[in-house]
Design a protein around this ligand. Structure first.
Ligand code: C5P
Length: 214
């Protein structure tokens, strides 16, 4: 079974996707980490062609060893850098095969990102599109960072999330919209457990419908 989980920054899709992976015993890939690793690798290059070239080279050279520094990769700055390299077509092309191979491995997988249900695994068995309002998303991300001892400027964080949403929504190479056959799950008013229960109900219901009458 392939489960595709998409949604905007800090919507809770990572927590839900990893919870689904644990529940169904499936391997899990957070595809945002790939873009974050490439974004950080290219961050030192001057804006413009040098940045683009550095990002393409980093995407082509990416392997699992670049995904281990979770603290750096999950920083707010890495998120902003990720959204800058995510608009570069050859970067997306370079990361496609890795994601597609993960999605189509034997036994299935859970992937979360922005274009999993639309581009990486349009054939997924179940697609979820997670949303939550911007303020709730900012507050969740702020608490995550504070739990790590990071001092958070909520005003700046809110604007960072909005900036990232805007860049993602205008991304000419993305597929950052809800796939027609994706189930919408709004987590604004749900805690993690309630959101996971709702997601599991959607997956079980979809798979039961696909299996047909018992
Ligand atoms: O999901 P996360 O917030 O970690 O993603 C960081 C950034 O990477 C996103 O804002 C988006 O620009 C990019 N991304 C993408 N396609 C994906 C996953 C992430 O373009 N499948």
């Amino acid at each position: 079974m392939i489960i595709a989980v998409d949604g905007p920054a800090a919507s809770g899709k990572g927590t839900l996707a990893s919870g689904l992976a644990r529940h169904y015993g499936l391997p899990y890939l957070d595809t945002g980490l790939l873009y974050r690793a490439v974004g950080l690798a290219a961050a030192g290059a001057a804006e413009g062609p040098a940045h683009e070239a550095a990002a393409i080279a980093a995407a082509r050279a990416l392997d699992a060893s670049h995904l281990s520094d979770i603290e750096a990769l999950t920083s707010a700055e890495a998120g902003v850098q990720a959204s800058k390299v995510a608009v570069i077509g050859p970067v997306r092309a370079a990361l496609f095969d890795y994601q597609r191979a993960f999605a189509t491995q034997k036994g299935g997988a859970v992937l979360d990102g922005r274009d999993i249900g639309t581009r990486i695994a349009p054939d997924a068995d179940v697609k979820l599109f997670i949303q939550a309002d911007s303020k709730a998303r900012m507050e969740r991300r702020a608490r995550q960072l504070e739990n790590r001892g990071v001092v958070v400027d909520r005003y700046a964080l809110y604007h960072q999330i909005e900036e990232r949403d805007a860049r993602d929504m205008l991304n000419p190479h993305g597929g950052f919209y809800k796939a027609d056959d994706a189930h919408l799950l709004d987590t604004t008013l749900l805690d993690i457990e309630a959101a996971l229960r709702a997601a599991i109900a959607i997956v079980d219901g979809t798979m039961a419908r696909k299996a047909g009458p018992a």
